[in-house]
Ligand binder design. Structure first.
Ligand code: FAD
Length: 423
């Protein structure tokens, strides 16, 4: 199959986050000299989101927030090649409204949008393309109710929340996943009184299963009033109303119950949508000339024989290299994008790293380290290593990246003295 994008063609990228930045870097690296237009609904050029919860929220030097991402592409995003250097036309404050894939046209409006709404009046326009890459990311799921709630997805979100994290503030975090843990960590560092309401039995249980979450993650939450098995009904002015009718009073409510891909603008376009844009292992959607990368994509994984929505930094960072090659060289000869999923989280003074995709608790093999937290590993029924969860063991996490997919000896795997990739 030939290239999807002619050498003098027009590439349109919707979304101006990490995945968009990487895509632009890659097409230029591969020698594409045609026009590249990036539409971003935030008022900023691409910036990195992990520092929002890991740095911006924390008390810092002079107690001031970190550097503004406004106007900076490369400062926060990796290897220093900014979009200006790449000759990319970045239209911040411009939102894609709808797609007509037959006419290869995207309708747009100006006026910036963040997690908390749209500002500015819109002027509508149209952008034509030869190839379109959907990089519109994801946005936080919010709770019902009229009371004020914070989420952390954008720079503005983080700055607004940080201003509310003051000593003694009653901060209620809803959701004990990766983001909830980092928000709770930051709130504690400001001297706030932190409660976390979690519907499941343990922190991040949906990602790692109940048994591992209880053993590895729950102990990290010792400084937080962690209320598991607690269902939230809605946010009210006084705090959070639970499903059983009880009120949990709060000065600040932060929601961390997950994200959903920002693909509403594609509804009705005919582009196949599942939880995100449905794409194959080359990140192609069913629509001609339309690819999707990063948090917006739900991709087919030959390795795991299922669809995946990774929602992680590394996914958004690495998928665009494959998309760029597919655009410029075609899929034949381009390796599939099918990495082992990886996520890290800095929480409660520890670095948690999850490599791979955990299965059910039955396949868990523990590595009992004498100094500190045990490492959990998961084996499939046919003995392949599926995933590894470590706490403060970066070397073991690096080994895990080489080991996932192999069939280790079970007894050796359980021996913490043996490197994971040698088990
Ligand atoms: P985004 O970063 O969401 O970028 C998409 C952009 O598109 C946004 O600017 C959005 O406003 C814009 N957009 C949306 N719709 C439109 C439209 N219709 N028109 C124009 N523009 C549009 N991952 C990890 O692996 N480890 C971590 O420790 C970690 N920490 C995180 C901490 C925080 C606070 C957050 C929010 C995320 C964290 N992540 C982490 C996840 C990681 O940041 C994301 O996976 C990554 O940002 C995804 O990049 P993306 O470019 O696909 O999407």
């Amino acid at each position: 199959m030939p290239a999807l994008l002619p050498a003098d063609g027009r590439l349109l990228v919707v979304g101006a986050g990490l995945a968009a930045l990487r895509l632009c870097q890659e097409v230029r690296r591969l020698g594409f000299v045609g026009e590249v237009v990036v539409l971003g609904r935030e008022p900023h050029r691409p910036y990195d989101r992990p520092p929002l919860s890991k740095h911006v929220l924390l008390p810092g030097p002079g107690d001031a927030p970190g550097p503004s991402p406004a106007g900076s592409v490369s400062d926060l995003a990796a290897d220093g090649t900014g979009l200006d250097d790449l000759g990319v036309d970045v239209r911040t404050g411009t939102r894609a409204l709808a797609l007509d894939p037959l006419a290869r046209r995207v309708t747009t409006t100006t006026g910036t949008t963040g997690t908390t709404g749209t500002t500015g009046t819109g002027t509508t326009g149209e952008e034509r393309y030869d190839a379109l890459v959907v990089a519109s990311g994801a946005e936080p799921v919010l709770l019902r109710g009229d009371g004020p709630q914070h989420a952390v997805r954008t720079w503005e979100d983080a700055v607004a929340l940080r201003a509310r994290l003051v000593p003694g503030a009653r901060v209620v975090v809803v959701g004990a996943g990766w983001i909830g843990a980092e928000v709770a960590t930051a709130a504690l560092a400001h001297g706030a009184d932190v409660t976390c309401l979690e519907a499941g039995p343990a922190p991040a249980w949906a990602a790692v299963g109940e048994a591992v979450a209880r053993r590895v993650l729950t102990p990290l939450w010792r400084d937080v009033r962690l209320r598991t098995g607690t269902r939230v009904d809605r946010v009210v002015d006084e705090g959070v109303l639970l499903a059983d009718g009880a009120l949990v009073p709060a000065d600040v409510v932060v929601v961390g119950v997950g994200v959903r891909p920002t693909v509403g603008w594609l509804r009705g376009s005919g582009v196949p949508l599942g939880a995100g844009v449905l794409v194959d292992e080359h990140l192609r959607s069913g629509a001609d000339g339309v690819l999707a990368v990063g948090d917006a994509a739900e991709r087919w994984s030959p390795r795991w024989r299922r669809r995946l929505r990774a929602e992680h930094w590394e996914e958004a960072s690495t998928g665009p290299a494959v998309a760029a090659r597919v655009l410029l060289d075609g899929p034949e000869g381009t390796p599939a994008h099918d990495p082992v999923p990886y996520v890290w989280s800095d929480q409660h003074g520890a670095r948690v790293q999850l490599v791979g995709l955990p299965a059910d608790d039955a396949g868990v093999v523990w590595r009992e380290h004498v100094d500190g937290s045990p490492t959990a590993t998961w084996l499939s029924r046919d003995g392949r290593l599926l995933a590894v969860l470590t706490v403060d063991r970066p070397r073991e996490a690096a080994q895990a990246r080489r080991a996932v997919g192999r069939a280790p000896d079970r007894a050796t795997l359980a021996d913490p003295a043996t490197p994971l990739h040698r088990a």
